[in-house]
Ligand binder design. Structure first.
Ligand code: NDP
Ligand code: 2IT
Length: 447
């Protein structure tokens, strides 16, 4: 088996030599899915996984725009249309200076499995730009988004490819992107998700990724007759996903003690309650400030510059910032401090050595493609509402989100439960996602 996996990875490495994040995401899937393929004849000799690691289409384009000083700036835009076997391409847009082909291909690849897990008919895609929104005026953001969409609008559509937000792309950016799409194509459609409520958005979409990550943690705890009540939770990030993970965990009786950004983290031993979270939301979403400013308002809390929060004692950790933010040493610290639940809000936040450490310790560990699927699932619900031209209530959407997260948890058990009772959520999520997409690909022939 090891040589089969190695042979497969050698081929993928040869074809994608400078894409470490993409290779990391593929290897994790190959390690769990290839043994399944070998034991299930219908997938044998069909090279389905080899087809799945090759994007159906990669778009790269120039994004020129003019800054507030009148200078012409050039960024690079991307859209990876990874797999459309079970539905139109669906996935977020990331605006961050670190964006490159490797990062977007890893995200698009994971998105294919994640979207399959949601039970909704969505293929996988991802896009974005190396544009850095930090420190830009609203007018600069608008000019960039308009230029980006002037090109992207040729390649997407409500039945073809439906982008949404990710790092650096929130409600403001989706508004500017939607405005330009509507102008270019002269049609008002659900081509983007995460839209404002008065122009086609869904209630609960902003909350959905963070809420879903917490619902998934709750489902994992229930397998051990436990719950989030009175648990100490460490959250990283302070953006969209982190904020709503913090909100829902607090509502379910847990105490969230950290939030972070790329400069450092805050530790509030008394817990980040509703009032404190409202301060963070205004700081991050409206003033676009830094998390360090938390301690000016709440001086009993501490700000630790240049560090991640994984050394803080907790039972539950939710990495909600970015890929590879938890390394092997961090994993050791978490485990030795008694952490026994990891629910990933971010995509691939744990390095392979951290995943191995969590699994060897037999803790409850959920990979992002399962635990953060609530965001894209609710995007799928936004698409349904757009097609039906109706709006569901908060309660209706939240109920559907809870049901989807619980179904994803069941799928992980179906394909990931070991004979000794331990649930390998990585294997479960990868195989459940693979089976759905692979069956559709086999039915449709070699296309
Ligand atoms: P936001 O842009 O709202 O927030 C991102 C947060 O992560 C910020 O606090 C940011 O800090 C921090 N961060 C970003 N890059 C780094 C880095 N290189 N090192 C340390 N911290 C960093 O993004 P989201 O909350 O939407 O996304 C967070 C994660 O969740 C991403 O991995 C994303 O792919 C994933 N995700 C998002 C979904 C969504 O619906 N939005 C759905 C599923 C997954 P700073 O301000 O300093 O950059
Ligand atoms: O990683 C993700 O699942 C997202 N950024 C959300 C994608 C979406 O289409 O809502």
């Amino acid at each position: 088996m090891k040589s089969k996996i190695k042979g497969f990875m050698d081929l993928v490495k040869q074809r994608n030599p400078h894409e470490p994040e993409f290779l990391q995401a593929v290897e994790e899937v190959a390690e769990t899915v290839i043994p399944y393929i070998v034991n299930n004849e219908i997938y044998n000799g069909k090279n389905v996984l080899l087809r799945m690691v090759e994007p159906e289409r990669v778009l790269m384009f120039r994004v020129p725009w003019i800054d507030d000083n009148g200078e012409v700036v050039v960024n690079r835009g991307y859209r990876i249309q990874m797999n459309s076997a079970i539905g139109p391409y669906k996935g977020g847009l990331r605006f961050h200076p670190s964006v490159n082909l490797s990062i977007l291909k890893f995200l698009a690849f994971e998105q294919v499995f994640k979207n399959a897990l949601t039970t909704l008919p969505m293929g996988g895609g991802k896009g974005g730009s190396d544009f850095d929104p930090k420190g830009k005026s609203d007018e600069e953001i608008m000019r960039f988004c308009h230029s980006f969409m002037a090109e992207l609008s040729r390649h997407i559509g409500s039945h073809t490819d439906i982008p949404a937000g990710d790092i650096g792309v929130g409600a403001r950016e989706i508004g500017f992107l939607f405005g330009m799409y509507k102008k270019m194509r002269n049609e008002f459609t659900g081509v983007l998700t995460g839209k404002g409520i008065s122009w086609g958005g869904s209630l609960i979409r902003p909350e959905a990724t963070g809420y879903g990550t917490v619902y998934f943690a709750q489902s994992m705890l229930e397998t051990r007759g436990d719950s989030l009540k009175d648990k100490t939770v460490v959250v990283s990030g302070s953006g969209n996903v982190a904020q709503y993970a913090c909100e829902k965990a607090t509502q379910l009786g847990a105490k969230v003690v950290t939030l972070s950004d790329s400069s450092g983290f805050i530790f509030d031993n008394e817990g980040i309650d509703t009032a404190k979270l409202a301060f963070v939301m205004e700081l991050k979403n409206i003033k676009r400030g830094r998390i360090s400013e938390y301690i000016k308002k709440y001086p009993k809390a501490k700000y630790i510059e240049g560090k991640t929060p994984w050394g803080i004692k907790c039972e539950v950790a939710m990495p909600c910032a970015t890929q590879n933010e938890v390394n092997g040493e961090d994993a050791k610290m978490l485990l030795s401090n008694g952490c026994f639940v990891i629910s990933e809000g971010a995509n691939m936040p744990s390095k392979p050595e951290a995943v191995t450490a969590f699994q060897s310790a037999k803790i409850l560990y959920a990979p992002g493609k399962a635990s953060n699927a609530g965001g894209v699932a609710t995007s799928g619900l936004e698409m349904s509402q757009n097609s039906l031209r109706i709006n569901w209530s908060r309660e209706e959407v939240d109920e559907k989100l809870k049901k989807i997260m619980s179904d994803i948890h069941d799928a992980c058990i179906e394909f990931g439960k070991n004979e000794n009772g331990y649930i390998d959520y990585v294997r479960g999520a990868n195989i459940a996602g693979f089976v759905k997409v692979a069956d559709a690909m086999l039915a449709q022939g070699v296309v």
